[in-house]
Ligand binder design. Structure first.
Ligand SMILES: Nc1ncnc2c1ncn2[C@@H]1O[C@H](COP(=O)(O)OP(=O)(O)OP(=O)(O)O)[C@@H](O)[C@H]1O
Length: 291
């Protein structure tokens, strides 16, 4: 049995004549936070739904927690948590009762009250889901996804609708889950979220992996040329260099200490991402490619 959380080799999926996933290879290590990035229609949800066992693949080998999700049974499913992109349909029960109810499906669930507290819904414990705001409703989905103490957690655009503080709180919750050994697959359109949370990111466009690696070094980011900017007599100056430290040292010597208006810029994850997906960034996406 594989020791990895997820192993995917040559995964393909077609919808009619359109190829949504065109030969994806990837591995998610145990305890890792792994993030999918890609434009609308890139094939992320299709890939993730195959990994979750909710979509049939056309080709390739897939192992999730050591089993083929296409044939794995209920015990395997109880080891997995999912926070869907769409609101989870739930019975009209108060928040606390609902989380308790879901906890009952799992052999080793977390304490439901602790989970309600941890997602920031303690004040809404007696409220019905229909009375929650959009961001609170999303937090409830997160609570339902984690209460079963999953070994592997799928988060599909989990912080949509969160206010900035709720997003920070959620990030720290994900960090705690990862520190506790949970493997996490995150799909997000927020680049800063991937950068904050992910050990590795996988950029997908038109059903293919365009880049996979540490967000700090993705696409040669860390070694990319830097732009050094400064100000002389009210006018902005800049130079592009492979050696920003040397340039800053020379400027500092020249100015006799502080350099006015100094900044050093390397490509952000967003700039690198946009470069990687290039013209594939449009909405039409995977469909037109062939395998
Ligand atoms: N059930 C389906 N039937 C036909 N085509 C589909 C189906 N589901 C997805 N597709 C197509 O497969 C391609 C990939 O879609 P997918 O939902 O996997 O993209 P995505 O990367 O998750 O996009 P988004 O960021 O918008 O959620 C798209 O061209 C989409 O139109």
């Amino acid at each position: 049995m594989s020791g990895e959380a997820i192993e995917v080799r040559g995964l393909t999926k077609r919808y009619g004549d359109d190829t949504a996933v065109a030969g994806v290879d990837l591995t998610v290590h145990r305890g890792e936070v792994f993030s999918f990035l890609g434009p609308n229609g890139a094939g992320k949800s299709t890939t993730v739904e195959i990994l979750e066992g909710f979509r049939r693949r056309d080709g390739g080998a897939v192992r999730v927690l050591g089993e083929d999700p296409g044939t794995a049974g209920r015990v395997w499913r109880s080891r997995i948590g999912i926070v869907w992109q769409q609101e989870t349909q739930v019975p009209a029960l108060p928040v606390r009762d609902l989380v308790r109810h879901f906890a009952g499906y799992y052999p080793e669930s977390h304490d439901p009250d602790e989970v309600v507290e941890r997602v920031g819904l303690a004040e809404k414990a007696k409220a019905l889901p229909s009375s929650l705001s959009g961001g609170q409703r999303r937090r409830l989905d997160v609570a339902l996804g984690i209460v079963g103490r999953p070994e592997l957690l799928f988060l599909d655009e989990p912080t949509t609708g969160f206010d900035p503080q709720a997003r920070r709180d959620f990030w720290s919750l994900v960090g705690e889950l990862a520190d506790g050994g949970t493997s996490i697959v995150l799909t997000t359109h927020y680049l800063e979220e991937a950068e904050e949370l992910a050990d590795r990111v996988c950029v997908i466009a038109r059903g293919r992996v365009r880049a996979l690696g540490d967000p700090a070094t993705l696409g040669g980011r860390a070694s990319a040329r830097a732009t050094v900017r400064w100000t002389v007599e009210g006018r902005r100056r800049e130079t592009v260099t492979d050696e920003p430290a040397r340039v800053v040292g020379e400027l500092s010597a020249c100015f006799g200490g502080e350099v006015p208006g100094l900044s050093v810029h390397r490509p952000t994850l967003e700039e690198t991402y946009l470069e990687l997906i290039g013209q594939d960034g449009g909405a039409e996406a995977a469909g037109r490619s062939t395998v």
